[in-house]
Design a protein around this ligand. Structure first.
Ligand code: FAD
Length: 294
């Protein structure tokens, strides 16, 4: 099913993001974790694309395996890093051959050692160009990234929203946001996006904090903020302890309840391949999702 159909209903849509493990053992562990996720009937599972295209083949292999073994719609991510138009076209064709009906279209981060993003020879500089390219060649459903706190390269928050509009105008059907911990950031972002005429669903991206040091690293890289009150609650516990996990999960549950009480089109959970934590979070939100947990 395409994104366009998934979000037609009033009911919030659940989606879950995973990354391709490096080893066979990692893949086995992931499928055990996905059993917990599958209980909640997510509308789709998306599979990230490693920085610099490092997981190109693993992303597509995993997309096919997850789709076959879970019967859940599975969506590959794609970035422009190091890829010419011909490379991108090859990837799109391979994705479609492996059963993809949708794609998450991204520019990607600057390669290691570079400060500014450098487009590949005959490649793209921004995600809006990739979206237009995909729309010209395929009828895939397309999701793009949005940044409630602004993208770290764009110093003007309003300009960043204009750039998001360009991606939607180029043909994106859905916005998945970067992780955030302060719902006010999302509500302000949604309002500004609506004001400039963005009409596609803007789905909040949620990362439950299981291990504080890991999420600190991620937020430093992507420019998201962990509120001071949350940091204070987490650092009183040893890193990666059960107590810290429970605190992080309790925060995520409250954060998601407030979002779901305020008309979000769904939740996109960055699972970091931790299916049972995702499942505990969604269990606590079952009243909002219109299906039986199996
Ligand atoms: C839900 C989600 C999933 C992600 N998955 C992955 C993944 O699988 N693999 C991975 O490597 N990364 C992933 N990322 C990270 C993403 O690649 C980075 O955030 C990257 O730095 C920007 O990608 P983008 O598609 O948002 O780029 P763009 O939309 O191109 O934006 C990049 C910057 O350029 C500016 N800009 C955009 N368009 C224009 C324009 N036309 N003219 C001038 N300036 C412009 C923007 O304001 C922004 O500052 C993901 C992010 C999110 C939110």
């Amino acid at each position: 099913m395409k994104f366009q159909q998934m979000y037609q209903d009033e009911n919030p849509v659940l989606s879950v993001e995973i990354f391709p493990p490096r080893t066979k053992k990692g893949v086995t562990l992931l499928f055990n974790e996905l059993k917990h996720v599958k209980r909640h009937h997510p509308a789709f599972i998306s599979v990230t694309y490693g920085a610099g295209g490092t997981t190109r083949d693993r992303t597509l292999e995993l997309v096919q395996q997850v789709k076959e073994r879970t019967a859940v719609e599975t969506v590959p991510h794609l970035t422009c890093v190091g890829a010419s138009k011909a490379d991108l076209a090859t990837y799109l064709e391979a994705a479609i051959n492996r059963g993809a009906e949708n794609i998450v279209a991204l520019r990607g981060d600057p390669s290691q050692g570079e400060i500014e993003f450098q487009p590949a020879v005959d490649g793209f500089s921004h995600a809006n160009e990739l979206v237009a390219f995909i729309r010209q060649r395929t009828d895939l459903g397309i999701a793009v990234a949005g940044y409630p706190e602004g993208h770290q390269e764009c110093k003007d928050w309003n300009k960043d929203i204009e750039h998001l509009k360009r991606k939607v105008d180029a043909g994106a059907h859905l916005v998945l946001t970067q992780l955030f911990y302060n719902n006010a950031d999302y509500f302000r972002f949604r309002e500004a996006a609506t004001k400039v005429g963005i009409k596609v669903p803007i789905v909040p991206g949620i990362l439950p904090i299981v291990k504080f040091s890991q999420v600190q690293r991620i937020t430093t890289l992507c420019g998201a903020t962990i509120p001071k009150e949350l940091t204070e609650k987490l650092i009183v516990h040893p890193d990666n302890s059960q107590a810290q996990r429970e605190e992080g999960l309790a925060y995520a549950m409250e954060q998601c309840r407030e979002l779901l009480d305020n008309d979000v089109p769904g939740l996109h959970i960055f699972s970091l391949n931790n299916g049972h934590i995702t499942s505990r979070l969604v269990d606590a939100l079952s009243a909002y999702f219109n299906h039986n947990v199996t």
